[in-house]
Design a protein around this ligand. Structure first.
Ligand code: PAF
Length: 286
């Protein structure tokens, strides 16, 4: 694996490989890599001749300065994991390299980006689209890999790709969970051991809500989740929404969609955690 820090260097290496007809997969990350990232990277390595993993904590997508400062950074461990996964290039640019001048572009993909994270983290998806579109322009990958844990991000990136006509395939990869169900996240590293035990209630509540949903309405299911999280020590619910998985708009009845997804954001202490669950077969319910 080669570690590359500049756009110019990466592009010259990639153009030589593309000239030989090699396919390129891109996995954009913000580092602090874990088994969830490894699953995306391994899939890219399996499906492409060349895999580029970008490791860049993108300042433009943080609407909270403290969150940006506290975001875990583990470059040495990241490089070891990427090497083990068989990555071709780890692209680790500086902020000045990615943003030689302020990015003044605005992205807006309503109604996908006006709900949930878009409502609670204003500007977040604009920053995500800024950096992801830059990475697409730099790498010009054939395929780009994103995790389903960031369900809304994946929907917005797909929309950006179709509206801006990027000639690449977006590949969504399933959530990877700890054995007790907690969704893997770089932010989990910020949990104390007591908080780590409390955080498991997030996924446990989602799993229980899927059983509950089989015999209850959408409103009742939303209340079930809200009440369980409210009763869980150490957790504070920001939102739980049951939405159509394509439009991300809230549903009011199971018959509204054949693809119902529950998206949740919970604070465990100061750490903001997100997760989601699909309610399969929901279209048949009352
Ligand atoms: O999901 C993330 O880690 C980030 O939002 C991404 C896609 C790497 C853009 O910075």
């Amino acid at each position: 694996m080669e570690i590359v820090h500049t756009v110019k260097d990466l592009q010259s290496k990639l153009s030589a490989l593309k000239a030989q007809g090699k396919s390129v997969g891109l996995v954009p990350t913000m580092g602090a890599l874990h088994a969830g990232h490894a699953s995306l990277v391994k899939r890219s390595v399996a499906e492409n001749d060349v895999t580029v993993v970008s490791v860049f904590v993108n300042p433009t997508q943080f609407n909270d300065k403290t969150d940006l400062e506290k975001y875990p950074r583990t470059p040495d461990a990241d490089c070891r994991l990427l090497e083990e996964c068989g990555v071709t290039f780890a692209f680790i640019p500086s902020v000045a390299e990615m943003y030689p001048e302020p990015d003044t572009r605005s992205f807006s993909f309503p109604p996908l980006d006006t709900v949930m994270e878009g409502k609670y983290r204003p500007g977040h998806f604009n920053g995500v689209c800024q950096v992801v579109s830059k990475l697409f322009a730099i790498v010009e990958p054939h395929r780009a890999y994103f995790g389903e844990k960031d369900f809304q991000q994946l929907a917005i990136v797909r929309r950006m790709v179709s509206q801006l006509g990027f000639p690449l395939q977006v590949v969504g990869c399933p959530i990877v969970r700890e054995s007790d169900g907690l969704a893997l996240s770089s932010r989990n590293a910020r949990l104390s051991s007591a908080q780590r035990k409390q955080a498991v209630q997030i996924s446990q509540t989602l799993f229980a809500s899927r059983d509950y949903a089989a015999t209850h309405t959408v409103d009742e299911t939303v209340r079930f989740v809200e009440e369980r999280i409210a009763a869980a020590p150490g957790l504070r619910l920001e939102y739980f929404e049951l939405v159509d998985g394509d439009t991300l708009q809230p549903i009011t009845g199971w018959g509204d969609t054949g693809y119902a997804v529950g998206c949740i954001t919970v604070f465990c202490g100061e750490v903001r955690l997100i997760d989601n669950i699909k309610y399969t077969g929901a279209a048949d319910k009352g």
